[in-house]
Design a protein around this ligand. Structure first.
Ligand code: SF4
Length: 360
């Protein structure tokens, strides 16, 4: 399968009829002005020139805001600009993200005309109470209706969900994932809620009415969701908002993040946590007191196995008293790791006993 490259074009809040309590699209996308055909052209040209590999699947993605709620004429102009590149075979597809209540047959007909392949719906939660709390302005019934229509018309369906929404629990989020899986999306994005400046959520946070998740809690919740989606063969294509000049560490000047589980390598934290579980599970299966293991991994996986700032290695030492030797091996598969025992505790006890007996 060809590698996939995305040409992202942000349409911040353009046409969005809503004001979700957690959203400030202009700040999230880092873009303050509205998008024109020239912007679309310039962005596509820029990316095409700078892609390292040329033989890849290239997709123009209209992110942010609610694409299909943009005024029809502008939608057509933006789509037709991107479509020119498809006709010239410089780009392979177009994807858009939008709200579930901004999808109907007429909208889908327009998207088909410009060869849009993928439609991502901002679902956030399937719990109507939670959706109401964050003023999403749509309910789960809208999600079901839009998802079925999108698949029926032959588009690839994507869903976006959030963790840590006001009053949302870990169980609510797992239930959301289960509800989504039944609608058969091909891809999912998971976003932990960040408190962004200028949003209603910021006000709630400052008044003590909303408590954001910690990074550890968000990682734990996202990890469980990844396990679930993995079992259902649904690809998790993003975890956490993309870092930008404004979506960055709240301690940095210019950051629009007031609070919440921001981390510059959030996805890596989640994946590392999954690899940590994998190593622990393998060690427990050995049924012996392990002192040191050798883990053979594909070079692409090594950072996830070691963990951010060697967290996994240190946790294995702290909680299981196991030392780890990492060996990179191109023959290993990217998803799997090979763990073998190199030292057992039994040997050390024997050595200790010997020392004691000499003293006598
Ligand atoms: S629907 Fe999307 S763009 Fe509109 S306010 Fe909500 S999160 Fe922001």
């Amino acid at each position: 399968m060809k590698k996939q490259y995305i040409i992202p074009i942000f349409v911040p809040h353009l046409g969005c009829p809503n004001e979700c309590t957690f959203c400030n699209q202009k700040k999230i996308s880092g873009q303050l002005k509205n998008v024109t055909e020239k912007d679309v052209r310039d962005t596509i040209e820029y990316y095409l020139e700078n892609f390292k590999d040329k033989d890849v699947y290239k997709e123009v993605a209209f992110f942010g805001g609610s694409f299909t709620a943009i005024e029809e004429n502008l939608q057509e102009r933006l789509l037709s600009t991107a479509y020119e590149y498809i006709k010239e075979k410089k780009v392979d597809g177009i994807r858009v993200s939008t709200r579930p209540d901004c999808i109907d047959k007429k909208v889908l007909k327009r998207l088909k005309k410009y060869k849009v392949k993928t439609i991502e719906l901002g679902v956030q939660s399937t719990n109507d109470y939670i959706l109401k709390k964050c003023k999403r302005g749509h309910n789960f019934a809208d999600v079901k209706k839009a998802s079925r229509l999108i698949r029926w018309k032959g588009f690839t369906l994507g869903h976006q969900m959030m963790v840590g929404l006001p009053e949302s629990t870990k169980l609510d989020e797992l239930n959301t994932a289960k509800d989504l899986a039944k609608l058969k999306p091909k891809i999912v994005r998971i976003y932990p809620v960040l408190v962004i400046r200028g949003t209603e959520l910021e006000k709630e946070y400052k008044e003590g009415k909303y408590e954001p998740l910690t990074v550890e809690q968000a990682v734990e919740r996202c990890k469980e969701l990844c396990y679930f989606f993995g079992k259902k063969n649904i690809k998790v294509i993003r975890i956490g908002l993309q870092s930008t000049d404004t979506i960055c560490d709240p301690k940095l000047k210019g950051s629009e993040v007031v609070a919440g589980p921001y981390h510059e390598t959030f996805r890596q934290l989640v994946e590392s946590a999954m690899y940590y579980d994998m190593v622990v599970e393998k060690i427990k299966k050995f049924n012996t007191k392990v002192k040191e293991v050798e883990i053979r991994v594909h070079p692409q996986t090594v950072n996830n196995v070691v963990g951010y700032k060697r967290q996994n290695i240190e946790k294995l030492k702290e909680f299981y008293d196991v030392d780890v030797v990492i060996k990179q091996d191109l023959k290993c598969s990217v998803e799997k790791i090979d763990v073998t025992i190199t030292k057992e505790y039994k040997d050390f006890l024997e050595e200790d006993e010997k020392v004691i007996s000499i003293k006598r």
